[in-house]
Design a protein around this ligand. Structure first.
Ligand SMILES: CC(C)(COP(=O)(O)OP(=O)(O)OC[C@H]1O[C@@H](n2cnc3c(N)ncnc32)[C@H](O)[C@@H]1OP(=O)(O)O)[C@@H](O)C(=O)NCCC(=O)NCCS
Length: 285
């Protein structure tokens, strides 16, 4: 079985989006979980935006000219984000996923990224094995949390929409917590109007690109993240990703009625700094 790889184009969105939807649906339903993408159209829309974005590298796998899978590399920050990777369910487990991962790793090496990161569906033995074999280490067990908006404010922690002028202060918080910033993603989120900041003692002490599956948040303390979660009008997508090692924040979410929708895993290869603060990781964006 000869597999050819080529860069993606916006014209691939329809076929890759359908494969992405089917691949996640098949694997989620086989394990009794809800699919990550509610409809093929949502998956097609997400992949269309990635394929059209010059700051995302895309790679397509074909067999005899037929598209059978795709993978992406988010190149907006010094740690590149891998995925979503999906392979047509009819040809999975035949080393196509490995080829698609090798391709984004080659690209990351060419572009001198300090490291790569991804979020793995915690119930899926195959992707966990594949990523570990490719050199990824597990850093966090995550709970994807969903529920009604909390409408809770935290005393002394004011949440407001983020504006362009907040970027540097937010990047500083991110650098303090992660050792590097995620300014590329934050800038896009400010432009989209989804980003929020939290202020404590008159200074920005945390921010969120969005509280949801596709967004990350960083805070100096758990109170900052609680304020951001508490002010969110909704938890976009399947839910937001909470590192369960942060027992205090995890229990706070549970005691406020949020439910776990699925387990996930934060894995990285290359540079990884143990976070020195509170955070919620993102799938992408
Ligand atoms: C995850 C996915 C992209 C992997 O692609 P694939 O083509 O099926 O995987 P590959 O055949 O390249 O690699 C699977 C590897 O895991 C190994 N493996 C599979 N199940 C295993 C298990 N239970 N224990 C140990 N190893 C296992 C295989 O032997 C293979 O290793 P090898 O390359 O050393 O032979 C694909 O299955 C998919 O699209 N899944 C649904 C969507 C998804 O989960 N995407 C990833 C989100 S985290």
């Amino acid at each position: 079985m000869d597999v050819d790889l080529r860069p993606g184009t916006p014209e691939d969105a329809e076929i890759c989006g359908r494969i992405c939807y089917e691949a996640f649906k098949t694997i989620s339903e086989a394990h009794g979980f809800a699919p990550d993408f509610p409809t093929p159209e949502v998956a097609i829309g997400v992949l269309r935006s990635l394929l059209a974005n010059p700051r995302f590298y895309s790679i397509i796998a074909e067999i005899d000219g037929r598209i059978v899978g795709s993978n992406f590399l988010d190149e907006r920050n010094m740690i590149a984000g891998v995925g979503p990777i999906t392979v047509d369910p009819t040809v999975q487990n035949r080393a196509i996923g490995r080829r698609l991962m090798d391709a984004v790793h080659e690209r990351a090496a060419e572009k001198n990224f300090a490291g790569v990161r991804l979020i793995q569906a915690g119930f899926h033995a195959r992707s966990l094995s594949l990523y570990a074999k490719l050199g990824y280490d597990v850093h966090e067990h995550l709970a994807c949390m969903q529920g009604k908006p909390l409408g809770i404010s935290i005393e002394g922690h004011l949440v407001r929409p983020a504006v362009d002028a907040d970027l540097e202060a937010c990047n500083r918080v991110c650098r303090d917590v992660h050792g590097h910033d995620r300014g590329g993603e934050l800038q896009d989120a400010i432009a989209r109007g989804s980003a929020t900041v939290v202020e404590h003692d008159g200074r920005i002490s945390g921010y969120a690109t969005i509280i949801g599956f596709f967004g990350h948040a960083v805070g100096k303390t758990n109170k900052d993240i609680k304020a951001l979660i508490g002010a969110a009008k909704e938890f976009v997508g399947p839910g937001f990703l909470l590192p369960t090692r942060n027992g205090e924040l995890f229990r706070w979410c549970l005691s406020n009625g949020l439910k776990i929708t699925q387990p996930m895993t934060l894995m990285t290869k290359g540079l990884y700094n143990e976070p020195a603060g509170a955070f919620l990781p993102s799938i992408l964006y």
